[in-house]
Design a binder for this molecule. Structure first.
Ligand SMILES: O=P(O)(O)OC[C@H]1O[C@H](OP(=O)(O)OP(=O)(O)O)[C@H](O)[C@@H]1O
Ligand SMILES: Nc1nc2[nH]cnc2c(=O)[nH]1
Length: 182
């Protein structure tokens, strides 16, 4: 058992569980994108860790690019306003785009991104979300094609997920103690 950071209340996904999930998602994507022009687009900064693992689990040719949008700022609550902080460097017209996200919570970030990217006319546009918030009566409007795990209430950190830019480097996903962010 890995020892938890003192600010983490409980473990949600261990390193071993994460590795199994990424392997399974990589196999699904490999199966679906044979012969396609796959471009993985990671949403900075949280998805960087998942992107690094996922791209190595996909066994077909692919390109990568990054976008940065912000809606949570430094805190644990979405501002409700999504803005592009860094745009893509490559043209995605006619290509098979897969957005790589660490977590899909309210769906606000993704809804904005899907609309923005689909206006650039990709051949296809899908989402791979490592975590999907799954709370009774509070589901996000978008159901990603590839889902790592469904997660309950509680602010999550680790495996790329931060609170005020901390905890991204934890190798597991944990639930942050409420007293740290409230
Ligand atoms: O579904 P939503 O409610 O919109 O939340 C999901 C978004 O929130 C986090 O990003 P954040 O703005 O915290 O930036 P970060 O990736 O740099 O941590 C996360 O990485 C997703 O992009
Ligand atoms: N770090 C982090 N970012 C989020 N964005 C939306 N939900 C979360 C969460 O639980 N943790």
């Amino acid at each position: 058992m890995e020892s938890l950071h003192p600010d983490v209340d409980r473990l949600l996904l261990s390193q071993e569980e994460i590795a199994d999930i990424v392997k399974r998602m990589g196999a699904e994507i490999t199966r679906d994108y044979q012969g396609k022009d796959l471009v993985l687009i990671a949403v900075l900064r949280g998805a960087v860790v998942f992107m690094g693992d996922l791209m190595r689990a996909v066994e077909c040719p692919l390109a990568i690019d990054f976008m940065a949008v912000s809606s949570y700022g430094d805190g644990a609550k979405s501002s409700g306003i999504v803005r592009i902080v860094k745009d893509l460097d490559i043209d995605i017209k006619g290509r098979d785009v897969l957005i790589v996200e660490d977590i899909l919570d309210s769906g606000l970030t993704l809804r904005y991104l899907m609309k923005n990217l689909s206006s650039r006319h990709p051949a296809s546009l899908e989402v791979a979300a490592f975590l999907l918030r799954d709370i009774e009566g509070k589901q996000a409007a978008i159901e990603p094609k590839y889902i790592g795990a469904r997660c309950p209430e509680g602010f999550l950190v680790g495996y790329g997920l931060d609170f005020a830019e901390r905890y991204r480097n934890l190798p597991y996903v944990g639930v942050l103690k409420p007293e740290v962010y409230s």
